[in-house]
Design a protein around this ligand. Structure first.
Ligand SMILES: Nc1ncnc2c1ncn2[C@@H]1O[C@H](COP(=O)(O)OP(=O)(O)OP(=O)(O)O)[C@@H](O)[C@H]1O
Ligand SMILES: [Mg+2]
Length: 319
């Protein structure tokens, strides 16, 4: 991933902020994050429940109207695009795979009509051609007997099969970017592994970029090139997967890693309600906080190639 050129950039998220107002309180679900996805790259976002991962995904496709900032896809800002232009991108250039298939698949319509409709919306194919293409894609993602199962309803498929169907739709449309939000978390371990293999092979064969969301660092390690660690709407640390595992810097990343390795360290959770007197979202739980943390937001420090950490601890160049 060295020397990536600007032309290789597929998606650039700049200063994304998605705030919700709830009973007079502002929930800062995503609070000023920036990252880039290059062509052919698999980027991971990891963070525990409530850290803003799903809101980030939905904001990228402008499925949440509160999203502010810039989301540049192939040079154009999704957040200021006309709805018609955006419709062309949704489902065709950028496909989304959800943990919960009910977001993507209508339970009252046969799989065949849903896939064929999506293909025809974005490509000038006849119904018969689109059906053939759908069967081929379903076979490619390993759905058994696709010819006969095409006319079943979503509820007649298992969770793993529904994930395969969503990936088939992404394949049919020739998506350049697949956003996969916890695509395997509700599946058992063996199905999880085959779905991860499938995502990897789509990336390798078609050069499709993938944004993979997970709360599970092992899933991220398996698949991703680079990873961003999110906490309470902020990116705390970004690095290549090998850097992050070999040299985790942020106190939060370290605690996440310890928890994933089953060490005896306290497993953190986000209550969202705690008092925080510091601009750093991790301050209340940080074991390494300093006086600086109370006065100004943590600076983002470069601690090596493609390794950024948002923490005062590294402001004097130590890492
Ligand atoms: N529509 C909404 N209105 C108000 N608050 C919301 C809305 N959607 C999300 N939130 C809040 O935004 C924060 C981030 O939510 P998000 O769903 O992005 O978390 P997540 O990292 O995907 O968690 P999980 O791992 O559980 O899926 C949470 O505090 C959540 O309650
Ligand atoms: Mg989520």
């Amino acid at each position: 991933m060295k020397d990536r050129r600007k032309e290789d950039v597929l998606l650039e998220v700049e200063g994304l902020r998605t705030y919700f107002e709830k009973n007079g309180v502002t929930v800062k679900a995503v609070d000023g994050i920036s990252f880039t996805i290059h062509r052919g790259e698999i980027i991971g976002i990891v963070g525990e429940s409530g850290s803003g991962k799903s809101v980030t995904c939905l904001s990228i496709l402008r499925l949440i109207q509160q999203a502010k900032g810039r989301i540049i896809f192939r040079g154009k800002d999704i957040l200021s695009m006309k709805e018609k232009e955006l419709e062309k991108i949704r489902g065709a250039s950028i496909s989304m795979v959800f943990q919960d298939a009910s977001f993507a698949l209508n339970p009252y319509r046969k799989i065949s009509s849903q896939i064929i409709e999506t293909i025809r919306m974005h490509q000038g194919l006849t119904k018969a051609e689109a059906r053939q293409k759908a069967i081929e894609a379903l076979a490619l993602v390993g759905l058994p007997d696709p010819q006969n199962r095409m006319d079943d309803y979503p509820d007649q498929f298992s969770g793993g099969m529904k994930t395969r169907i969503m990936l088939a739709i992404a394949l049919c449309c020739g998506a350049e970017l697949i956003i996969a939000d916890e695509p395997t978390s509700s599946l058992d371990v063996t199905v999880q592994a085959t779905i991860l293999d499938l995502i990897k092979s789509i990336n390798e064969k078609n050069g499709t970029s993938i944004l993979l969301i997970s709360h599970d660092l092992n899933v991220i390690a398996e698949l991703c090139n680079r990873v961003h660690v999110m906490y309470k709407g902020h990116i705390m640390e970004s690095a290549t997967v090998s850097e992050l595992f070999d040299r985790p810097l942020h106190p939060y990343t370290r605690s996440l890693l310890s928890a994933s390795r089953g060490d005896n360290e306290q497993v953190l959770y986000i209550s969202g309600e705690e008092e925080n007197e510091s601009p750093c979202p991790f301050y209340p739980r940080c074991q390494e906080r300093q006086l600086n943390c109370l006065t100004s937001p943590p600076p983002t420090i470069s601690c090596g190639e493609q390794h950024l950490v948002s923490c005062w601890k590294y402001s004097d160049g130590r890492s």
